[in-house]
Design a protein around this ligand. Structure first.
Ligand SMILES: NC(=O)c1ccc[n+]([C@@H]2O[C@H](COP(=O)([O-])OP(=O)(O)OC[C@H]3O[C@@H](n4cnc5c(N)ncnc54)[C@H](O)[C@@H]3O)[C@@H](O)[C@H]2O)c1
Length: 427
C-alpha cells in the first residue's frame, strides 16, 4: 500500500514519513511541500519518484489520487482547503493533522463531506493511541471507578516548548495559527470527551497572556538573543559548555528562554525544535549560532519581544450531559512537558501523570493498586507510532473498534467544545 504526504515538515516528514517508510509493505509514493529543500529531502529520504515530488498543491491535486492514503501535515490554516481538494481528488483515507480548522463551520463541513463521500478521516489526536490513555479508558469502561463524576486534567506544556512554539514559533499568534486551546489543548479535549463519554452541555474558560509580554522583559534585555551587528563579530563560540561572549543579550547565559540555554548548550532541553529554528535536523553549534544571528529568523527573537498573542495559561470548566463535570488547565510554566489526570467516580478514583508510566487506582473500601503502563516507544508516549499503525490497518481494510479512533465526527464534537469555550470565556 502507498501513502502520499502533503507538508513534509516536522510532522509530515520527521514523524509520519519516518514511521511509515519503516513499516513493511508501506511506501511513500508522493510528496508535496512548497519548500523545495524539504520536498527534496523527503523525496531522497523516502525514495519518492521524481515525477511524484511536487512543490505546489494545485499540481499535486491535479495529478488525481496518487496513493491509497494521504497525510495532510501542513499548517493549521491550510487544512480545510486541502481536505476539500483531497476529497475532490478521490482520497478515501486521510490522516489529518490537528487542529482540523479554526472555524466551527469548516470543521462541521469537513465532517459532513467525509460522511457523504464515505471517506475515513483520522485526526492526529495521537494521545488516544497511547498505552497510557487507553489504559485510563479501559479502567473506566471496566467499571472499576463506577460512574465518572469529576475529571481534573492539567496540561503542562513545558517552558521550553512554550517559548519555542507559542512565543517565537508557528503557533504564537491566533491570526496565523489558532487559539492555543485549539492548537495545543485539542488533544486534551479529545481525551476528556472520550473519558466522559457524553456530550458537553456547558463550558466556560478563563485565560490570560501573563508573562510573555514586553513589560516583563528584564531591564536592558536585547530584542534578539544574538546580535548580527558587525561590531559584535568577535563572538566567541567554544565547544563543550558553549560560551558566547559579545554580540549577545546580556542575559544570554542565564535566561532560561534565550537561544543559548534553549537550543545551543549541550544540555539544551530539546532538539526537535531544530528543524523549525535552524531549518535542519542535527545542526552543528556554529550552524545554530549563524541561524540565530540571522535577523530574519523568528526563533532568534527575545521571548518578550515577539508578535505572540496566545494565552500562556488557560483554565476551562465544563459539564457533560451525564452530569459529570471537568476542569482542564493549560500552563506554559512547567519544567517538563506532561499531563496529570485525576478522575473520580462513584466507586473509586484514578490518578496518573503520563510521564511516569503508571496509574494509581483507589477503589473505595479496597486497596490502592498501581497499574503499570510503561512508556510507549517514540514521540507522544508512543501515540505517533500508534496512530500510524491504526492508519495502516484502516488502509488494509481491518475493522477497528470505533472507540479507539479519532474520526472526524468525534473530533468535530471535541473541537466544538473548544469553539464554545472560546466564545463564552475570553478575557
Ligand atoms: N499531532 C500532534 O501532536 C502535533 C504536534 C505538532 C504539530 N502538529 C500539527 O502538525 C501540523 C504541521 O506542523 P509542523 O510542526 O510539522 O510544521 P512545519 O512547519 O514543520 O511543517 C509544515 C510543512 O508544510 C509545508 N507547507 C506550507 N504550505 C504548504 C502548501 N500549501 N502545500 C504543501 N506544503 C506546504 C511547509 O513548507 C512545511 O514544510 C500543524 O497543523 C500542527 O498544528 C501536530
Amino acid at each position: 500500500m502507498n501513502i502520499a504526504i502533503l507538508g513534509a515538515g516536522a510532522r509530515g516528514a520527521n514523524v509520519y514519513g519516518n514511521i511509515f517508510s519503516r513499516m513493511s509493505g508501506v511506501e511513500i509514493s508522493a510528496v508535496c511541500d512548497t519548500d523545495g529543500t524539504k520536498a527534496n529531502n523527503a523525496k531522497r529520504q523516502f525514495n519518492v519518484p521524481e515525477n511524484a515530488c511536487f512543490l505546489d498543491e494545485d499540481n499535486f491535486f491535479a495529478a488525481g489520487r496518487l496513493a491509497d492514503g494521504l497525510v495532510i501535515a501542513t499548517m493549521d490554516q491550510d487544512h480545510y482547503r486541502q481536505v476539500m481538494k483531497a476529497l475532490d481528488a478521490g482520497y478515501k483515507k486521510i490522516l489529518l493533522e490537528k487542529p482540523v480548522s479554526n472555524s466551527r463551520s469548516e470543521v462541521n463541513e469537513i465532517a459532513r463531506r467525509a460522511k457523504e463521500s464515505g471517506t475515513d478521516i483520522l485526526v492526529c489526536h495521537v494521545l488516544r493511541y497511547t498505552a497510557f490513555y487507553q489504559t485510563v479508558k479501559n479502567v473506566i469502561r471496566g467499571g472499576a471507578i463506577g460512574d465518572v463524576t469529576v475529571i481534573n486534567h492539567q496540561e503542562n506544556v513545558g517552558y521550553w516548548h512554550f517559548a519555542h512554539s507559542f512565543t517565537r514559533g508557528n503557533w504564537r499568534n491566533e491570526e496565523t495559527s489558532a487559539p492555543i486551546l485549539l492548537a495545543k489543548t485539542c488533544h486534551d479535549f479529545d481525551l476528556l470527551y472520550w473519558f466522559a463519554d457524553s456530550k458537553c452541555t456547558e463550558i466556560k474558560s478563563f485565560a490570560a497572556l501573563s508573562h510573555f509580554r514586553s513589560e516583563n522583559a528584564p531591564e536592558g534585555c536585547a530584542k534578539r538573543c544574538l546580535n548580527s551587528d558587525a561590531a559584535y563579530r568577535k563572538s566567541l563560540i567554544g565547544l563543550g559548555p558553549v560560551r558566547i561572549t559579545g554580540g549577545a543579550c546580556k542575559y544570554i547565559d542565564v535566561c532560561p528562554f534565550g537561544v543559548k540555554k534553549l537550543y545551543i548548550d549541550k544540555n539544551a532541553p530539546f532538539n526537535w525544535g531544530d528543524l523549525h529554528a535552524v531549518g535542519k535536523n542535527h545542526p552543528t553549534v556554529s550552524e545554530k549560532v549563524d541561524a540565530f544571528k540571522n535577523p530574519q529568523n523568528p526563533y532568534g527573537r527575545c521571548v518578550y519581544f515577539c508578535d505572540n498573542d496566545v494565552y500562556d495559561h488557560q483554565s476551562v470548566v465544563m459539564k457533560f450531559a451525564s452530569g459529570a463535570t471537568a476542569s482542564l488547565t493549560l500552563t506554559a510554566f512547567s519544567k517538563d512537558c506532561y499531563r496529570r489526570i485525576h478522575i473520580t467516580g462513584s466507586k473509586g478514583e484514578l490518578f496518573g501523570n503520563d510521564n511516569q508510566g503508571f496509574l494509581t487506582l483507589n477503589v473505595f473500601g479496597g486497596k490502592t493498586k498501581k497499574i503499570r503502563v510503561g512508556g510507549g516507544l517514540g514521540g507522544h508516549l508512543g501515540g505517533d507510532n500508534g496512530i500510524c499503525d491504526t492508519f495502516v490497518k484502516l488502509l488494509s481494510g481491518e475493522k477497528i473498534h470505533s472507540d479507539f479512533l479519532t474520526t472526524i465526527d468525534v473530533t468535530a464534537e471535541s473541537h466544538n467544545m473548544i469553539f464554545d469555550a472560546e466564545e463564552t470565556g475570553r478575557s
